[in-house]
Write a protein that binds this ligand. Structure first.
Ligand SMILES: NC(=O)c1ccc[n+]([C@@H]2O[C@H](COP(=O)([O-])OP(=O)(O)OC[C@H]3O[C@@H](n4cnc5c(N)ncnc54)[C@H](OP(=O)(O)O)[C@@H]3O)[C@@H](O)[C@H]2O)c1
Length: 327
């Protein structure tokens, strides 16, 4: 089944200039083809990642295009629009080579981050994103988190209006549960669901992933390297500041959980593959996953992560990995 997905849905092109290969998924319900490894850009601007270099971020975007990584994920929340601005710079003159996915619904209010999917806020956010990205249209517009105060049908109505105005091409949802997704797809064509999915976090396998497969909704996976820990880089417990993503968002870096996670990662070394590539390929080869996002702070990380697309795990390797006790 898994092999069928990989070979049936993806095709291969060569990027001979840099001697690397990229694979592409068909985005269900559309005529779009997106790279199986997508560029994650939460790190751009560095707000939640212990700082980051802006020139390096622009270089990452340019290199991604050269490597055939066309799927670029961002959000206004990422360093308060800086991530979108840096992508705008990186794609200048190359808009037709990339598929831009950004988000809406997390806004800053007097220094606080609040959920806001009201129509007025969506209108404001979309215009700002288009400006920062220097684009006329966004390929995939995703709600970042549900807003408990706004009916999903109301939000979908506004996104459909944006589609009619040709300001966005496709609609996606992030971080939704099954009930909300069921409501949303009755109101508008939802092409993608973006959620955390990795060797360390497999919660979606029970309900959400099978539902997306059945409904032909593409899953975009984030946190595929657990925020970096799945690369095996942390031999001793790191110390992050309060607002660092690895302290406030990912759960693998504290106390006993860190020890358990590292024990699990040690078990992965028997596969004889670079751990970042193992983590990315395990995820992207699951049925229903169309893009495995890889957050990259510099060109070196990007090249390492894009390299995962040049090989596949065997069916046997995938099933052995599936049976490993998670952290
Ligand atoms: N929709 C949502 O709510 C949501 C939530 C989270 C993420 N996302 C999206 O998903 C993307 C990916 O997730 P993520 O960035 O949070 O986590 P991730 O991809 O699991 O980890 C990314 C981090 O790992 C480190 N890293 C990456 N490649 C490496 C390599 N080859 N070797 C060593 N270290 C490496 C880098 O951080 P250091 O250099 O600091 O170690 C990088 O910022 C995000 O960038 C964002 O676009 C969306």
């Amino acid at each position: 089944m898994i092999m069928k997905k990989v070979y049936h849905k993806a095709f291969i092109i060569g990027s001979r200039k840099r001697g690397r290969w990229m694979k592409y998924s068909d985005l269900p319900g559309t005529d779009e083809r997106v790279s199986v490894i997508g560029l994650g850009t939460w790190v751009f601007g560095g707000e939640n990642w212990g700082g980051a270099d802006n020139d390096a971020a622009v270089a990452v975007v340019k290199e991604a295009i050269g490597l055939g990584v066309n799927f670029i994920d961002t959000a206004p929340f990422y360093t308060d629009g800086v991530s979108e601005e840096l992508i705008g710079k990186g794609i200048a003159g190359k808009r037709d080579k990339v598929f831009i996915a950004t988000k809406c619904g997390l806004v800053r209010e007097n220094g606080r981050i609040v959920h806001d999917l009201t129509p007025g806020s969506l209108e404001r956010e979309l215009e700002l994103s288009l400006k920062r990205l220097q684009c006329d249209v966004i390929d995939l517009y995703q709600t970042h988190w549900p807003d408990p105060n706004v009916e999903i049908e109301r939000t979908m109505e506004v996104l459909l209006k944006f589609q009619g105005q040709k300001k966005i091409k496709h609609i996606g949802l992030c971080n939704v549960g099954l009930d909300l997704l069921k409501k949303a797809i009755k109101a508008a064509p939802v092409r993608t669901v973006q959620v955390q999915y990795s060797l360390l976090e497999r919660g979606i396998e029970k309900e959400l992933l099978p539902f997306c497969v059945a409904q032909k909704i593409g899953v975009i996976a984030y946190g595929v390297m657990g925020g970096g820990i799945l690369t095996g880089k942390y031999k001793v417990q790191p110390q992050f500041t309060r607002r660092d993503a690895r302290k406030m968002f990912y759960s693998f870096y504290e106390g006993e959980k860190f020890t358990q996670t590292n024990r699990f990662i040690k078990g992965l070394s028997s596969y004889g593959r670079p751990l970042n590539e193992l983590a990315l390929n395990w995820c992207r080869q699951q049925q229903g996953v169309v893009v495995a996002l890889a957050g990259c702070r510099d060109v070196e990380q990007l090249r390492m992560n894009a390299g995962a697309a040049s090989w596949d795990l065997s069916v046997d390797e995938i099933s052995r990995l599936k049976q490993m006790e998670g952290a």
